[in-house]
Design a protein around this ligand. Structure first.
Ligand SMILES: Cc1cc2nc3c(=O)[nH]c(=O)nc-3n(C[C@H](O)[C@H](O)[C@H](O)COP(=O)(O)OP(=O)(O)OC[C@H]3O[C@@H](n4cnc5c(N)ncnc54)[C@H](O)[C@@H]3O)c2cc1C
Ligand code: FES
Ligand code: FES
Length: 471
């Protein structure tokens, strides 16, 4: 039995944990404000909020219900557009109508829910963040400027929000109905027993790959749900290693104070990864487990020289494998039957370690890469102590550039070194022409991204024009 609160009502259902939350909302609960657009996480029409109690405090995040396995709703508060309605329009709805941000209205519930999710965050609102919160929503009629103006208006209204009690403040201001304040207490009674949902067939993290690829195969199953497993969550410093639980989401990593203390530009890298609702759902374990040659998080962690830690759910055995050795061939992993990824770790970087991530896709946001790349480089003076370079989209696997990386170690950081390293890089890649671009285009991108690592990390030392001349 799956128990959760849907808007104000407690739900107990025998529906399969592998079916989608969207289908439950529309076809069982008959709440039709949540729309079906693409069913692939791309349009945001099905956006809902997921409220989860963590250490007694409730936190809300936007998610797409079309890719959420119903089992992942267990023990949570799920909020649809109907659940934030008050008598009349709430301030987010008012802002959208006032700025003419709605025409046919099909996308509007998704935008309102995403924007409301932004209002519920503990951190102070910034206009750009209010706009970014709707980055996963598509509108075919209005033109985005009017919707962005509405987001800015809402962001300005949040200036006096009480960071210690955002939900209470929002209820007081009419953003949310009053029932929200009683949800944390009601959730406590539901949380117990959600572990009994576990099956063992298909492993699911956030579902953002699996439910796009084979929703029908999963709908009737009892999958092994990892998304809310506490033992797989968290990002911590452990004996000189940073350990990231496999159920940490892209958003968790992006917002992690520890990760940002190592890599101050981390947030800007993650803005290139999907959209906020997908980042709220997609886990690092799923990004590795999906084994896509262009998986952004894999590319980033390859440049951190990361290690994957596995546990066999049948035998209880543990083992670890270097991430760079984890991929055999297209979608083939060094993963034994019954094994799950429990965490991924990398050596804690010192202040001389620099990280850069680059991604080229057809759209800037909410798109998968044509080619992506990352470089982690550690310097001592002007000598490279070690370097780890990765490239996606140029081979059947996310590629760790073994030869290029080891060539760079121990050499001076200068033009000749970069030129010779590029010669090796060109030998290591084998791009093919596909829907993301021709072989020639991807080869060109690989060169541009290689150059970008040096010009982004060392702008005083290298410029684009100079590097283009020699490569
Ligand atoms: C609209 C949209 C945009 C996207 N944009 C991007 C993007 O910009 N960049 C990008 O890299 N990806 C993108 N993705 C893909 C996806 O969001 C990521 O790959 C995400 O990290 C997958 O995580 P998940 O938990 O949702 O995986 P799931 O779908 O739950 O699982 C994916 C695979 O991994 C396996 N798996 C999951 N967890 C584990 C585990 N702990 N141990 C072993 N196996 C496991 C599953 O069995 C499955 O085979 C996008 C997806 C969508 C729908
Ligand atoms: S229906 Fe398009 S994101 Fe869910
Ligand atoms: S108002 Fe028609 S799709 Fe947005």
């Amino acid at each position: 039995m799956i128990s959760f609160i849907l808007n104000g009502q407690i739900i107990r259902t025998e529906e399969k944990p592998g079916s989608t939350l969207l289908d439950y909302i529309r076809y069982r609960a008959h709440l039709t404000g949540t729309k079906i657009g693409c069913r692939e996480g791309d349009c945001g029409a099905c956006t809902v909020l997921e409220g989860k109690l963590t250490d007694g405090r409730i936190e809300y995040r936007s998610i797409v219900s079309c890719l959420t396995p119903l089992g992942n709703a267990a023990g949570k508060h799920i909020v649809t557009i109907e659940g934030i309605n008050i008598a009349g329009l709430n301030p987010a709805q008012q802002a959208i109508t006032q700025h003419a941000g709605t025409q046919c209205g099909f996308c509007t519930p998704g935008f309102v829910v995403a924007l409301t999710g932004h209002t519920m965050q503990q951190q102070p609102s910034e206009p750009w963040a209010a706009i970014e919160s709707m980055g996963g929503n598509i509108c075919r009629c209005t033109g985005y400027k009017s919707i962005e103006r509405a987001a800015i208006t809402v962001s300005n209204m949040l200036k006096t929000k009480n960071p210690d009690n955002p939900i209470g403040w929002l209820v007081g201001q009419g953003f949310l109905p009053a029932y929200f304040t009683s949800v944390p207490e009601r959730l406590k009674t539901l949380i117990k027993g959600t572990e009994s949902l576990q099956g063992e067939k298909t492993v699911i993290g956030g579902g953002t790959d699996l439910l796009v690829q084979k929703p029908d195969d999963i709908a009737d199953t009892e999958p092994l749900l990892l998304f809310d497993r506490k033992d797989l969550k968290g990002i911590r410093d452990e004996n000189g290693y940073c350990v990231v639980g496999s159920a940490a989401t892209a958003q968790d990593i992006m917002q992690s104070a520890l990760m940002r203390s190592y890599f101050p530009r981390l947030k800007s890298f993650f803005f290139l990864v999907s959209s906020e609702p997908i980042r709220n759902m997609g886990t690092i374990g799923g990004n590795i487990g999906n084994a896509s040659p262009i998986a952004d998080l894999v590319i980033l962690f390859l440049a951190l020289n990361a290690t994957v830690h596995l546990q066999n759910t049948r035998t209880g055995g543990h083992r670890s494998v270097a991430l760079r050795k984890f991929f055999f061939g297209y979608k083939k992993l060094d993963k034994h039957p019954g094994e799950i990824i429990v965490s991924i770790s990398f050596p804690v970087p010192d202040k001389n370690t620099h990280l850069n991530f680059e991604k080229i896709s057809k759209r800037i946001t909410l798109d998968i890469a044509s080619v992506n790349s990352a470089m982690g480089i550690r310097l001592q003076g002007d000598t490279i102590r070690n370097a780890h370079l990765s490239l996606g989209g140029v081979a059947p696997v996310p590629l760790y550039l073994e030869k290029t990386s080891s060539f760079l170690a121990g050499r001076k950081l200068e033009l000749d070194t970069i030129r010779d390293a590029y010669g090796l890089l060109a030998e290591e890649i084998s791009p093919i022409s596909d829907i993301r671009g021709s072989k020639e285009y991807k080869t060109l991108l690989a060169r541009q991204l290689f150059i970008a690592h040096f010009t982004e990390l060392f702008p005083k030392k290298f410029c684009n024009r100079e590097l283009l001349k020699i490569l």
